[in-house]
Design a binder for this molecule. Structure first.
Ligand code: ATP
Ligand code: MN
Length: 457
């Protein structure tokens, strides 16, 4: 269909005084004795286009006035009667698709909870238009950031035989029929498609390291799958994962990269989504833009895990989970550190090796590893990061301590046998970043069709 995006009509001066056709969905309808006003949205811009219909010239089909109906409107672009924008003086309105009153999105501001029940329609609201604009702009900025700095973009496998975290929270991939009968696990997998246990990848890191040992700087940006039963506002079963892996980088180097990348992404969103960010500032999180500008203009804090434990022990807060050196930080602890103590993003470094993964570089103290999590206000952890153990013997001993099956990691171990180098990487949960910059509090509201335990609609 020959038509013009509403975003162009609103922004580009060249359309003023010209005739255009726009297509979209009716967002509001008002009328007076002599004119009607249709607000049209086609999703290409946050702002809608007002279409003015002179009743003496056009007999408007009542179906065109219904909320959610789709129409094509042709007319002249003129200076708006009010404000400094433009509007469309309609000469012709064509109904494309009717929308009966059962259309569930009726009021201007429906709750996010209600909208979660209609994921196929909720994208037509202002909030979701703004969220997905920001998400799209941020995704482009991720690629731009790494591309401009010479990283190779690699695609690591989604179906995999290795569970990167060893945590056993992998979804199984199988072709076995639902009622498959097998005498043993071994027999079951022998008859399966790959003739061994396979699952959906929880992280592209191990394969990312393979690529970094050849190309120095790589990143992946793809889906990760975790069958964890965490029914929280920051966990999904399927999320998008940004994972750079950098050779010849030690922990301080990768921390610098992570901070630089986060700031780059924030800047891109503020520059490219001004209307959306103002909307979030007004309706989602008061002071959001100030918060982000403050983040841009200050250094992220860095705090040793041991120090963080001391701070938490002295805190005058009622934590549900105990604080003890050697245990993992819970969300409440993470939020306390970043919201109450540092009041900005903070890297917590050098965690106890017992609570972290086998591949993390062991510190000389024998107790901690060169790992860091980036915590941000409102969410807690958004990045998990570490320098990787580059020493074959140390890596082997960490794997044996954990009772891992060394045979299935031969290729990974080869990276330490043949030209091993210091290297580091991190994983940023893309949805958590989008939550952080929009102020949206539930991860299910920054994802098209969120999946979580018991929910795959
Ligand atoms: P958490 O402690 O919050 O469960 P994690 O430590 O298990 O996270 P990592 O294995 O370090 O997560 O993964 C790297 C990043 O991926 C995390 O910092 C987070 O941003 C994101 N992430 C991890 N699990 C999920 C999930 N289930 N849903 C959305 N994002 C996730
Ligand atoms: Mn983590």
């Amino acid at each position: 269909m020959k038509h013009t995006d509403i975003s162009k009509v609103l922004k580009e001066k060249e359309f003023l005084g010209k005739e255009v056709t726009v297509c979209g969905w009716v967002r509001t309808f008002r009328e007076s004795s002599s004119v009607c006003f249709l607000e049209l949205a086609d999703g290409t811009s946050f702002t809608k286009l007002q279409v003015v219909i002179d009743k003496s010239k056009i007999a408007l089909d009542a179906e065109c006035t219904r909320l959610g109906a789709s129409v094509a409107a042709t007319g002249e672009v003129v200076k708006a009667f009010k404000g400094d924008g433009v509007e469309l003086n309609a000469e012709k309105i064509v109904l494309l698709g009717k929308c009966p009153p059962e259309y569930p999105i009726q009021k201007k501001r429906t709750t996010l909870e209600f909208l979660r029940g209609i994921p196929h329609l909720r994208l037509r609201t202002n909030t979701f238009n703004a969220v997905f604009k920001v998400r799209s702009v941020a995704a482009q900025a991720v690629h731009r950031y790494f591309h401009e700095r010479g990283y190779y973009y690699v695609n690591t496998p989604i179906i995999t035989a290795s569970d990167c975290e060893g945590a056993g929270e992998m979804f199984r991939v199988t072709t076995a029929p639902w009622n498959a009968k097998a005498a043993s696990e071994e027999e079951y997998f022998k008859n399966d498609f790959f003739a061994e246990r396979a699952g959906l990848s929880v992280s592209g890191q191990l394969e990312g390291e393979v690529a970094a040992m050849a190309f120095s700087k790589i990143y992946t940006f793809g889906p990760s799958f975790r069958a964890e039963k965490s029914n929280t506002t920051r966990h999904l079963s399927e999320f998008w994962h940004i994972e750079p892996e950098v050779a010849f980088a030690e922990l301080p180097d990768i921390i610098e990269i992570a901070e630089d990348m986060i700031k780059y992404l924030i800047r891109a969103v503020l520059n490219e989504c001004p209307d959306e960010m103002t909307f979030f500032d007004n309706f989602m999180e008061k002071g959001l833009k100030d918060k982000l500008n403050h983040v841009l203009n200050s250094d992220f804090a860095v705090c040793d895990y041991t120090k963080a434990i001391e701070i938490l022990k002295e805190a005058k807060a009622d934590f549900r989970f105990p604080v003890e050196w050697g245990s993992d930080l819970q969300t409440e602890h993470e939020k306390y550190l970043t919201e109450e103590v540092f009041k900005k993003p903070v890297f917590v470094t050098n965690y106890p090796k017992k609570i972290k993964s086998f591949y993390m570089k062991q510190n000389p103290d024998g107790k901690t590893v060169a790992a860091t999590d980036l915590l941000v206000p409102g969410i807690g952890e958004i990045i998990g990061c570490s320098e990787r153990e580059a020493d074959l013997d140390k890596l082997l001993s960490a794997m044996k301590e954990r009772g891992m099956n060394l045979d299935s990691y031969e290729q990974y171990l080869d990276l330490r046998r043949f030209g091993s180098v210091p290297h580091s990487g991190f994983g940023l949960g893309f949805e958590r970043f989008v939550m952080y910059v929009t102020g949206v509090e539930n991860i299910r509201d920054v994802t098209l069709f969120p999946r979580w335990v018991g929910n795959v609609m």
